[in-house]
Design a protein around this ligand. Structure first.
Ligand SMILES: NC(=O)c1ccc[n+]([C@@H]2O[C@H](COP(=O)([O-])OP(=O)(O)OC[C@H]3O[C@@H](n4cnc5c(N)ncnc54)[C@H](OP(=O)(O)O)[C@@H]3O)[C@@H](O)[C@H]2O)c1
Length: 337
């Protein structure tokens, strides 16, 4: 590790290691600690766990924190930076170019850097550069895509008016918070296991748009089921709950107005009983499929954005402290080494 000037990164890019495990996790409330007590910067999402460490020894220890299931990828140096850049720009997400992931990484970093560990101090300059580069990749290559987020897809599915009736949102976690602001065309009803979080989400929505009709459904199962019977659409942002789901499906079937949709994003790609018996169900997998039908233009834009991540990582490995540290000729020379 080389100590350079005070304003420069104190760790060389070649020392940075990234471990990426692709597996379904419910995004953790706080950045996870390693069981071994290893100082690592870990980010959990519902699709993966990513850990950043410095040095080969720490990388070897970090490997032991992951399942031995063949789903682990390891990157170092410029490749590690390029991976983090693709991850932050949404290019590694199933819903390619989604924007929520950037907020999740920033939140994980905020929590990790509050611990003020040696690794947090070492990584800090690199993480600032990463955020800067991720914003640049999005602005240059993904800006004209239109928003590709769970929220924008949900709104597209419901239509601008959401059919005119109320939309019931189940959950008040990260996903529900990112979707709620997109549901502008209808009255929103919020229900969550922990009622205070639903109240907090309602408060946030009122701050953004005080004129918007938002109601918190208070109470336990019966209150929730009554809302299922009267809502036009329901968006579920909590994991499947076998003990409750049969009653939810039954309540949905009791509605007089048979129009509307159930969008269940907590079910995993395949959907699951009893939900998959509903013809109007849209599962997370179905949402991904809709996006797979993306245009050739989008595909080419993603390719260009991926290349830009690799190029920026190479440039950062040549000189980390400016937006344009070296010329493209340097990059070509570096590439041919
Ligand atoms: N975050 C994403 O980008 C994303 C993307 C696609 C799919 N998903 C899926 O969406 C679901 C929610 O993810 P999230 O990121 O919003 O997680 P989160 O921030 O941890 O929030 C979890 C939400 O689920 C509720 N919940 C969890 N376990 C529950 C249980 N046993 N019974 C009732 N409610 C329960 C929580 O209620 P309390 O407030 O009462 O704890 C909260 O509303 C997960 O299944 C996740 O896999 C998330």
């Amino acid at each position: 590790m080389a100590a350079r000037g005070a304003s420069l990164p104190t760790v060389e890019l070649r020392d940075i290691n990234v471990l990426h495990w692709r597996g379904a996790l419910v995004a953790a409330g706080a950045a996870p600690l390693a069981r071994s007590g290893l100082d690592w910067f870990a980010i959990d999402t519902c699709q993966r766990r990513v850990a950043v460490v410095c040095g080969a020894e720490a990388a070897a220890l970090a490997r032991q924190e992951f399942p031995v299931d063949g789903a682990l990828e390891c990157f170092e140096g410029a490749d590690a930076y390029a991976y983090l850049l693709r991850f932050a720009a949404g290019l590694e997400s199933k819903l390619v170019a989604e924007t929520e992931i950037f907020g999740q990484i920033k939140q994980a970093w905020r929590e990790f850097s509050e611990r003020a560990s040696p690794l947090a101090r070492e990584l800090s300059p690199w993480v600032q550069l990463l955020f800067q580069d991720a914003k640049a990749v999005r602005a240059q290559h993904l800006g004209s895509l239109g928003s590709a987020s769970y929220g924008s897809q949900t709104r597209r599915l419901l239509g601008d008016e959401a059919g005119g009736g109320a939309t019931l949102l189940i959950g008040a976690g990260q996903l529900a918070q990112s979707i709620a602001p997109w549901l502008t065309g209808s009255q929103i009803w919020l229900w969550n296991r922990t009622g205070e979080r639903a109240v907090e989400l309602a408060r946030e929505l009122a701050k953004r748009d005080p004129a918007r009709p938002v109601r918190v459904i208070e109470g336990e199962l019966e209150a929730e089921l009554a809302a299922w019977r009267r809502a036009r659409n329901v968006i579920v942002c909590v994991p499947g709950q076998p003990s409750r789901d049969v009653a939810r499906v039954a309540a949905w079937r009791e509605r007089e107005d048979r129009a509307g949709r159930v969008i269940h994003l907590g079910l995993g790609a395949e959907g699951a009983a009893p939900w998959n018996a509903l013809p109007e169900l849209v599962s997370l997998g179905a949402l991904f499929d809709m996006l797979q039908a993306q245009s050739e233009l989008r595909r080419r834009q993603f390719e260009r954005a991926r290349r830009a991540c690799q190029e920026k990582a190479l440039l950062r490995s040549l000189g980390a402290n400016s937006s344009h540290p070296h010329s493209w000729e340097d990059l070509a020379a570096f590439d041919s080494l």
